[in-house]
Design a protein around this ligand. Sequence first.
Ligand code: GDP
Length: 137
Amino acid sequence: MEQTLSIIKPDAVAKGVIGKILDRFESNGLKIAATKKMQLSRVDAETFYAIHSERPFFKDLVDFMISGPVVVTVLEGENAVATNRDLMGATNPKEAEAGTIRADFAENIDANAVHGSDSAENAAIEIKFFFAGREIS
Ligand code: GDP
């Protein structure tokens, strides 16, 4: 069993599609091991996306991630990291395959509905950033 971290970003929360996105996970063999809705602080978003701090889009990314509440979720299942990335679709929704979360719910690369960990190693770091062990089951 593998775990991964999903974030339903502010655009998708504002659209009212939290339930529809969580259903994609459960309908595709991923268990919700923990989930919560929260408002990220600027420091939260800057820390979470620190790897992108030198990229030209960093400030826009942070501004977007704190523009409204998000839903952070620990997903668990076989190949959870890859399964979630498949369900999400490409980073740019215009390139995302039909039927993926980003194709169905995202407008553009700035507001692309969901985050998903890109490796099991990063998933462990990202899960620890948001959840205490006793919140995950
Ligand atoms: P992901 O793993 O598919 O989310 O993609 P990355 O880790 O490469 O990028 C993290 C996030 O930064 C993406 O989900 C986008 O929200 C944002 N991002 C990536 N590339 C760009 C870009 O060229 N412009 C803007 N505005 N945002 C970007």
